[in-house]
Write a protein that binds this ligand. Structure first.
Ligand code: NAD
Length: 499
């Protein structure tokens, strides 16, 4: 059985806590590896190595740090197939989708090549008589990132690339469900020229997370995962005086106006609702057709498309639309929620419950399910299902649809489908959601914009990647300097003003 330890100071090392977790191949249901789960002592040891290595890294000029990112982009392209295969084997998503996971991370590494420009700071010459004032952006020190299972390449890169290019050392605590790609990324960063100890991977579960919160040397925590854990880490990290940003769960609504191009809508909902088996924080999980006629046309067009979705292992070739979900626990949770939808009175338009794949009976496959006539008091509406299940909540009017979206506790992403610019513009302005698509189903901003939700989808005030990342991973220090001209004025007891 493969044993996955930690990546410490440039070496693969075995865990010493005595605790491990099984890593599955979701397509077959087999345990393919065991990953070590770190304790406080292992975390503290990694942090000590990071803290010792960080000052020399921060002292390198920003161009030299950016060159590591330049080389990393090249290595990611070189190893794309290898990374995608390892990712699919542990996560279950299709190979093209796994390559997309790597590429959306790579784009942030590319953006970080511009670090010298982003880290320039500010300068005022002659802020007062003989006085100059300048602000510099300095590294925080040792930063930590805690990441979810669903994007094991992209989300670690969204964190460690900006953190490291800003001059920090970084401890990554990836999901214990799919730890291999994060370990490969750390090794690639060193091949790209990063000194040992600047990027380390400490595998683990809650114990390792609590060790991060408790470690006084760690200056910042970035988290992406479910909302209850986001809230827990945000509270604990802030109370410990750290800089914290936590991104949580989602329930993304797609509003379908009567004038929308229905072919485009159906393609969009199929891809965004069922791609990656619905295990995306930007998946569209709620369809909100406006008016009875729109809803009837939508359901009629969706049923054959949902029924013909091809579900299979990542080794099944390009025909496979989506793979298994990540664990048997996830499968049980999804099936339980689907059953609750039936029990609470939703209409089952396509029933995926009995799906089984010949030769892969032990895999964690879940059939595609489409619900109609869902109401906002049902559990399938209130909870994040995180599976291949699309709920249709019919709305009488545009105002009802926008109100429903605004009253939902999550605010990660949303989309409107319409041919009317005025409606789209009104929606984009009024909606209380962080990322909005207009005839675009998954509006994930590109690397040079920022990514983040509102409401219970995010805690903290800065988004991921884009200019916000350079703010999150640096501290501003402002220096007011005056060089003596020879005149001595004695002490001044009023607050200094430059007037
Ligand atoms: P999760 O919250 O179970 O796990 C995320 C991380 O937290 C993992 O590293 C895990 O080891 C750790 N963790 C788990 N339980 C913990 C506990 N009790 N105490 C401390 N740490 C704990 O999330 P997941 O299942 O890996 O990922 C899916 C979730 O992530 C979904 O809710 C999805 O919407 C969300 N997500 C959000 C975004 C976003 O940008 N908002 C992006 C991707 C995923």
């Amino acid at each position: 059985m493969e044993q996955i330890g930690h990546y410490i100071n440039g070496e693969h090392v075995a865990g010493t806590s005595g605790r491990t977790a099984d890593v599955f191949n979701p397509a077959t249901g087999e345990v393919q590896a065991q990953v070590a789960l770190a304790n406080q002592a292992e975390m503290d040891a990694a942090v000590a190595i990071a803290a010792a290595a960080q000052p020399a890294w921060a002292a390198q000029n920003p161009q030299k740090r950016a060159r590591v990112m330049m080389k990393m982009v090249e290595l990611l392209h070189r190893d794309m197939d290898k990374l995608a295969e390892a990712l699919s084997r542990e996560h279950g998503k299709t190979l093209p989708d796994a390559a997309g996971d790597v590429i959306r991370g790579l784009e942030v590494v590319e953006y970080c090549i511009g670090a010298p420009q982003m880290l320039k700071g500010e300068y005022t010459d002659g802020a007062g008589p003989g006085i100059d004032m300048y602000s510099m952006k300095q590294a925080l020190g040792v930063c930590a990132g805690i990441t979810p299972f669903n994007f094991p390449a992209m989300i670690p890169m969204w964190m460690f690339a900006p953190a490291i290019v800003c001059g920090n050392a970084f401890i990554l605590k990836p999901s214990e469900r799919d730890p291999s790609v994060p370990m490969m990324l750390a090794a690639l960063m060193e091949e790209a020229g990063l000194p040992k100890g600047i990027m380390q991977v400490v595998n683990g579960d809650k114990e390792a997370v609590d060790a991060i919160i408790a470690d006084p040397v760690i200056q910042s925590i970035g988290f992406v995962g479910s909302t209850p854990i986001a809230q827990y880490i945000y509270g604990g990290g802030c109370a410990a005086g750290k800089r914290v940003q936590c991104f949580g769960g989602a329930k993304n609504h797609a509003i379908i106006m009567p004038d929308a191009d229905m072919d485009n809508v159906v393609d969009a909902l199929i891809g965004a609702g069922f791609g990656a088996a619905g295990e995306r924080c930007m998946a569209l999980s709620v369809a909100v057709p406006v008016g009875k006629d729109t809803a009837d046309r939508l359901i009629a067009a969706m049923i054959p498309k949902v029924e013909s979705l091809k579900i299979g292992p990542y080794t099944g070739g390009n025909d496979v639309d989506f793979g298994p979900v990540v664990t048997s626990m996830a499968k049980e949770k999804i099936n339980g929620l689907v059953q609750s939808g039936v029990d609470q009175g939703a209409t089952m338009a396509v029933d995926g419950r009995d799906f089984s794949l010949q030769g892969y009976e032990d895999g964690f496959f879940v059939g595609a399910t489409l619900f109609d006539n869902v109401t906002t008091d049902m559990d399938i509406y209130k909870q994040e299902i995180f599976g291949p299940v699309l709920c249709t909540v019919r709305a009488d009017t545009y105002d009802d649809a926008i109100k429903m979206t605004m009253e939902n506790e999550y605010g990660n992403g949303t989309a409107i489908f319409t041919r009317d610019g005025d409606t789209a513009r009104d929606f984009a302005n009024r909606i209380n959601v962080g990322m909005v698509g207009v005839n675009v189903p998954i509006p994930v901003p590109l690397a040079y914009h920022t990514f983040g939700g509102w409401k219970k989808s995010a805690f903290g005030d800065l988004n991921q990647h884009g200019p916000d990342a350079f703010k999150f991973y640096t501290r501003t220090k402002t220096i007011t300097s005056r060089w003596p001209s020879g005149a001595r004025e004695g002490a001044n007891f009023s607050i200094p003003t430059m007037g």
